[in-house]
Design a protein around this ligand. Sequence first.
Ligand code: 2RA
Length: 339
Amino acid sequence: NGPSIAVVGVTGAVGQEFLSVLSDRDFPYRSIKMLASKRSAGRRFTFQDNEYVIEELTPDSFDGVDIALFSAGGSISKEFGPIAVDRGTIVVDNSSAFRMDENVPLVIPEVNPEAMENIKLGTGKGSLIANPNCSTIICLMAATPLHRQAKVIRMVVSTYQAASGAGAAAMEELELQTREVLEGRPPTCEIFKQQYAFNLFSHNAPVLSNGYNEEEMKLVKETRKIWNDKDVKVTATCIRVPVMRAHAESVNLQFEKPLDEVTARNILKNAPGVVVIDDRASNHFPTPLEVSSKDDVAVGRIRSDLSQDRNKGLDIFVCGDQIRKGAALNAIQIAELLL
Ligand code: 2RA
């Protein structure tokens, strides 16, 4: 029967989505441990008709655990990821801690499953597998099938990122601020230090010396690693927008080989984990609300880029649920590749 698993950071937005996805996909675990900080230890809850008690995360938590799903922040992953690996656990880490480590595969199952082909369950040998950043996953779910056909040589991404990317507290504050502003009261600004409701702003990640923020550089670096192409040119502008849980991304592509928009649309229609919503007559295109809590990434506004040589450029618009495909679903699909 199936692997013993552990969920690290079970009380967070992604931790809770791990449980939803495990249940939705009937993941065949033999046993499951619910791990969180000391503050949450002892809390009881029911999952799939069984009662569980949240246990405090300690080094001994991983004894006998085959697969651990981590989503408790980079510092917890840095501290406990290697400990779990030493105990023989395969860690699927949703933090950015190990994504650019050359010995750690960075995996989107529909895109580059071969990156983790040497990692096997049941060998007693632990391993680390990194889940890419949500905005990278959502972008590459659509861009990769096109890249495989016509080789992307340059990609320009503008993201419109949901509150959920900053955690459950940010989602709660967006709702609170919206009420406060509508009632004419001063908005509570504890998460982002500026008004979020009825506003948008450059992503809250630290800005680096090159003028890009960390979120934008994740898209640049992770794309190159996942495509195994250190030369592809990528630039990005990441924006936080007052949307609850799904990211939207405008993606402009330049190809080495010709690719017309009809062929591109057909490729996307046949791409795994992608749904095309591209109805020009009714102006119906992907929206964050329409993809929220769903598995698939939605793509639309598929059109040849009229600013580039004929059939050498394409514009698309992509929406994907940040907590689900952007984090929890992708991580569990990685775990499914181990079964
Ligand atoms: C964000 N990508 O949306 C980050 C969270 N992982 O802020």
